[in-house]
Every structure is written in structure tokens, then in C-alpha cells.
Write a protein that binds this ligand. Sequence first.
Ligand code: SF4
Length: 429
Amino acid sequence: MIFFQSLTKADLAELLLPLSAPRDRGLTDDEFEKKRAKRAKFRAQQIFHWVYQRYVTEWDEMTDLSKDLREWLKANVEIFRLTERVNQQALDGTHKFLWTLHDQKTIESVIIPAALQEKSGADAVARLDGRDPGTFRDDEEKETEATQMQKGVRFSGAKTDAKLNEGQWRRLTACISSQVGCAMACKFCLTGVQGLDRSLQTHEIVTQVHELRMRAPITNIVFMGMGEPLHNFENVAKACEILIDQDGLGFSKRKVTVSTSGLVPAITELGKRVDVGLAISLNASTDEQRSAIMPVNKKWNLAALMKACREFPLGPHRRITFEYVLLKDFNDSLEDAERVIKLTRGIPSKVNLIPFNEHSGAEFKRPDDIRVKAFQRYLLDRGVTATVRISRGRDILAACGQLRSIFGTARGTDRHKDWKELPVLQNHS
Ligand code: SF4
């Protein structure tokens, strides 16, 4: 049985080719082949629409396909589904999902809402000043979300929450996993502590988005869940192709971002293979510092990483995002900020500062807000676009790998025996 979500539209058309012979007689071989290919392509497009845009998951319900074709699809192609094991919502609207795969392994995906900003005063002022409104969003989002919480506005799914469709959120970002666990062993990351179990197949990656889309009008995709996406290159690249297919899930290439810890040859390969956004998990301003928390840096150092970023093909008005987890008294000084400016100089980019999301057993601490602001201000004053990402969903353990470490099959689960004490706001499982 082939999983539907592992197929690009071209793969599906090829599969349907033997079933798409034209009935017209008197065609030359060439005409016959052309017509057959056209029919197969049309059918593939029809099926993509049914599954990805009309969310139909039963072949029998695809009423404009012939009965023979539906029978063939039933016998040969399975529309893959993930089993929802946990669905938790945090006070800030963040939704975290834990899915069970066919082999009983578990992965997680998160929906992160960003509140509408355009109507807000600070954005308007920023626009008038010619400054990037994004630089104000951390405070603004808190404010807007607080207001929304008071009003009782909650994200609860595209089909059921009219308020959501009225534009309560500026965007809904799906943060998805590419592996079960991760081999990169970054010291600040809970998934890194767990180690790699296995890489996900294309259909397991695409289906995370497909399942989330059935529940909410997702606008952006980031590969920032469990796993190093470029350590699973083929499956991630193919999944990206399916995500940006306009007959499929239909994401704009500007709205899909692959985040990497710095597998340099794969960054170059990604640039050649598929046109999506790139984020780099930077997290340090010197090689010594970076190698201490990210072993990948021992293989490809900052110079090699920055060279790959400089050479990465970027379309007009597109930028690389440098993610920078701020660790108290480790990488959060103004000297670090200065070095970050030097490292990223000449690369169309923005820096996303993420105050460390503390978890039980973590060896790092979160810097206080004053230090975070000072770091951001230092970058802004020197012309670097810098945002501060609020640690979303802290009440539901939104840091990478945390949910799975409690409910899942990860190693080291005894680190989190206290999970029952967590405030579970909603659990639809
Ligand atoms: S931060 Fe990313 S690359 Fe590093 S261990 Fe965690 S999941 Fe893997």
C-alpha cells in the first residue's frame, strides 16, 4: 500500500498513467502518450483537491472520479492519518499536539497563533516612523493576547470557531517535526537529550500539516519541531514540494521555513532543490561557545555556516532568520550581540531572540527581561532587525521535545514524573 501523502502530484500522475488510456481510436503513438499523460495529470490534480483542499479522506466520497479509479485507489493507496494522542491548549492560544504513528512512536506538532497587529497603536506608530513593526511585537502580542484572553477568545479550529475566521489572528504557524527525537544533541534542547529514534517518512511529515489544516486555517509552516530537518533531507525536501503545491496544501514558498542547526552541505543542497525559507539555529557568537552547546559546530564551524548562508539563493525581499536562544550568563552579553552583528553582516536576515524556555533538569537559565531587551536594543540600534519571541505555551511545555518526553516513548522519561501536576487546560484526546 502506498501512502497518498508521500506522493507529489507528478508521482501520483505517473502512478495513474496505466489507468488513464484515452478511449479515442486512430491516435498515433505520440498523440496517445500525450493524451494519456494529460489525463493522468488531470486526475492527480482532482485527487489533490479532494484530499488537501476539501479534506475528504474516503475514496468513495470523491464523486467525480470513476468507480473503477476509486476501486483502484482503495486497493492501492491509503490516505494516511495520524492518531491524536494529546491536544493541549495554553493560555496564550498555543496548541500542542502529540501524535501516535503506525509503529506506536510519537511525534509532536504545535500551532502558534500570532494576534492581529495591524490595528494596534504601536504598529501604526512604528509604520509612521518607518521602523519595522515586528520589532515591537513581543510587547504588543502580550497585550493583545491578554485582551483576547479576557474576552475569552480561544482558538478552537477552522470549522468551528467563527471568530478565528473573522481574523482574530494575524497568522497561525504550524511548527512540525521531521524526526522522532534528534541526533544533534544540542545542550539546551530536550529533544537533543532524548537522542534520535528514527527519521520521519514524507507522508508522516506532510500529514502533520494535513491534520492541523483539518483543525485550523494554518498560514505558515516552520520545521522547528522535533528533529534536524536537514538530517532527513530527502523526506523533508519532498514534503516541502507537496506543501507548496498550489493544487495541494497550497502554501506560499515564503510561508514555509526549514530550520537547521547548521548541516552546511545540506543547506546548499536545499537551496538548489526547493524554494522555501531558511532559518539557522545560531545560538552563539563564537566557535568556542557554539561548539560547547551544539556539537554540529565541531564539524561545520561558524565561518562555513555563514558562507553557506551568504550563498543561499534568496528571492527578492526574503531573508534568512537567525534563531538565537538567549542563555543566562552564557551568550546574552552585549559583546555577544556585537559579534552576532559581525557574523550576519551582509546577509539579508533578521535575528529572532528566544529567551530560554527552562525545563526540569536544564543546565541553563532564562535571562531576565531587562537583559533580553538590552540585547535586542543593541541590535536594533545598529540596524539589525531583531524580534523577541515569547516562549509560547509555557504552561503546556511548548519547548521542543517536552510534550513527547512526558507522554511519549522517549528515553529518560523519569526526568518528568511530575507531569500530572501540569495545568492541562484542554485535552480532547
Ligand atoms: S535544537 Fe533542534 S537540532 Fe538541536 S537537538 Fe534540538 S531538535 Fe535537534
